[in-house]
Design a protein around this ligand. Structure first.
Ligand SMILES: [Zn+2]
Ligand SMILES: [Zn+2]
Length: 193
């Protein structure tokens, strides 16, 4: 059961710019979870997730949408209990199991991925993970942002090396930690060729 308080506020609603608030010093700048995406980008991500659920004849329930929105609102990754806290702040009190069930449904649909090293989740940024390539996750140690890059060759090599040892690899994703282009002061992604 999902309940809303009258004073629910969400990032889905576009907020007017508030220079005063933005200029206030914050002790939370180090928290990558606070790096949020724009309302437009979030709305687009939610719409894409809704379409993917529809294509697969799955229900994009209100709760799934709420959980997905919290995950998609961050550039980084977010843990289940942080999701629970944020929904609670917005007036939606849930049992952890409800959040976990939604997370499972979102993972199954492929609209979010799990970052094993942090036991946290992030929204898939790609339109489709086709047969042509599985992604590696690029996780920034400084800002916490996570991006994906298709890298089927990485998986092929792992499989080949493992097979050489008579080992059957079952790698679904590969996480790579490091420093993102922005933190390194380099060109934005896709700029260089
Ligand atoms: Zn993805
Ligand atoms: Zn970074």
């Amino acid at each position: 059961m999902v309940e809303h308080s009258a004073g629910m506020h969400g990032r889905l609603q576009p907020e007017p710019p508030d220079p005063d608030r933005m200029s206030k010093p914050s002790n939370k700048t180090a928290n990558p979870h606070r790096q949020t995406v724009s309302a437009a980008r979030l709305a687009e991500a939610v719409e894409r997730a809704r379409n993917i659920f529809a294509e697969r004849n799955l229900r994009f329930t209100e709760l799934r949408e709420q959980v997905f929105s919290e995950i998609a609102a961050t550039n980084g990754s977010i843990g289940a209990y942080d999701i629970l806290d944020r929904l609670s702040d917005k007036g939606t009190r849930l049992a952890p199991i409800s959040v976990y069930r939604s997370i499972d449904a979102l993972l199954d649909a492929g609209v979010i991925h799990r970052l094993e090293s942090k036991n946290a989740y992030f929204a898939c940024r790609r339109h489709e993970h086709g047969k042509q390539g599985r992604p590696i996750f690029l996780s920034c140690e400084r800002c916490g942002s996570v991006t994906e890059a298709e890298a089927q060759g990485v998986f092929d090599l792992i499989n080949e090396v493992a097979r050489g040892q008579g080992f059957e690899a079952k790698v679904k994703f590969v996480e790579v930690s490091g420093i993102c282009a922005q933190c390194a002061g380099g060109p934005p992604r896709g700029g260089a060729s």
